[in-house]
Design a protein around this ligand. Structure first.
Ligand code: GLA
Length: 413
């Protein structure tokens, strides 16, 4: 056992054994913290509220996650994004502190509240002098900040190098990711580590070996299904994000995930932070289903205190969450490409989750065949209709309306 493994064993963190689909780098990294064996599910403050957050809001969010059934569906993390901090600008010799007006009881009290209700608590900072919203960050104070987060009972850290390190060489970004990784491990508290770098420097190729559990594959999401072009040269819509991840499946596996960014389901174009005009219920369902298929972390970005009924129903679909949380941790791959796509995701019980995605503006039939899995016959279940569809030796063909994703589960029959 190496020193890191001993350290983790002492802290009660068990490193799970190798799985065939994990990247070699992640498995052999002494920095692996053994956490996030399935993609983290929860809520994050950024997409809806930006920096306008406070402890009353977060407590209400926790209560709403409980009473709505989202918590029991698997959404566990409640993550503070940027804007919790007291100071802006350069760090100097100050410590990081919560804004006393927004969080008068402090972050520890909030984390205690989250834990009492069965949730986990996440926080945000970054390397360098300031965060993306201009708040004082952690550069040069990694050990001090990691210890403080651990003493507050933090369970998840988003460490954001998107802004200060957007043009840095890969080696420099690797060093900043590594510093915080080591600092977190040294605290001996199990803290899931998100190295957020907006999909630059091919981060998926190396972040797991620096100890990260998740990394963004692109810039910020917009609340659009398919906006022509890249909004303001920065924001990616749902289809853009899916396309960015199309060849990245091999980098995902238990403990290390491609992060497609926080969910926009239920924002309905009302985000104070993101661009985008909102999406139809069919589009939000497709977005949520596809994020589940590609093993992205599932962090709700909407105001869960006031979710519309359709969005709530979407997020409460346990059969979809189960695809995302399958212990095999295989990210879906595209087996038929074009404007009508078929994605398949191998599941631990030998079955496959299948997405039939109609990206275009007209209703079309899309099919999947047992032959796609080298089977002679398959039993099919529709995970949005919650119905058994019978067994098929030939094509299983269904009508898919514009922008819809039909999500099926197929077993050999
Ligand atoms: C960047 C990240 C966002 C969010 C903001 C906070 O833009 O990509 O997800 O964390 O910073 O300032």
């Amino acid at each position: 056992m190496n020193i890191q493994a001993l350290l983790l064993a002492a802290a009660g963190i068990v490193i799970a054994s190798a799985t065939p689909n994990s990247t070699a780098a992640a498995l052999t990294s002494p920095l692996s913290n053994g956490l996030a064996r399935t993609p983290p599910m929860g809520w994050s403050s950024w997409n809806m509220f930006g920096t306008s957050i406070n402890e009353t809001l977060i407590r209400q969010i926790i209560d709403a996650m409980s009473s709505s059934g989202l918590h029991s569906t698997g959404f566990q993390y409640v993550n503070l994004d940027d804007g919790w901090q007291r100071y802006s600008g350069a760090r100097g010799n100050r410590s990081l502190e919560p804004d006393p007006e927004k969080f008068p009881s402090g972050i520890k009290a909030l984390a205690d509240y989250a834990h009492e209700k069965g949730f986990k608590m996440g926080i945000y900072t970054g390397p360098g002098e300031v965060t993306c919203a201009g708040y004082t960050a952690s550069g040069g104070h990694e050990v001090e900040d990691a210890e403080m987060f651990a003493s507050w009972g933090i369970d998840h850290l988003k460490y954001d190098s998107c802004c200060e390190y957007s043009n840095s060489p890969t080696k420099v970004v690797q060093e900043v990711v590594l510093k915080m990784s080591e600092a977190l491990l040294a605290t001996k508290r199990p803290i899931v580590y998100h190295a957020c770098h907006c999909g630059w420097n091919d981060i998926w190729q190396w972040a797991a070996s620096e100890g990260a559990n998740q990394w963004r594959i692109g810039q910020d999401i917009s609340d659009d299904y398919n906006y022509p072009g890249n909004r303001q040269g920065y924001y990616f819509d749902v289809l853009d994000m899916l396309d960015r991840g199309k060849d990245l499946a091999r980098y995902a596996g238990p403990g290390h995930w491609n992060d497609y960014d926080m969910l926009v389901v239920g924002l309905d174009g009302m985000s104070t932070q993101l661009v985008g005009t909102g999406q139809s219920n069919v589009e939000y369902r497709a977005h949520y289903s596809m994020w589940a298929m590609v093993c992205s972390p599932l962090l709700i970005g909407a105001d869960v205190r006031n979710l519309d009924q359709d969005s709530l129903e979407t997020l409460l679909n346990k059969e979809i969450a189960d695809i995302n949380q399958d212990p095999l941790g295989k990210q879906a791959v595209v087996i038929h490409d074009g404007t009508l796509q078929v994605y398949t995701k191998q599941m631990v019980d030998g079955s496959y989750a299948v997405a039939l995605l109609n990206r275009q503006g007209e209703t079309r039939n899309i099919s999947v065949s047992p032959e796609d899995f080298k089977w002679t016959k398959a039993r099919v279940r529709d995970l949005w209709k919650h119905t058994e569809e019978g067994a098929f030796a030939d094509n299983y063909e269904v009508e898919v309306i514009p922008h819809e994703a039909k999500i099926l589960r197929l077993w050999e029959a």
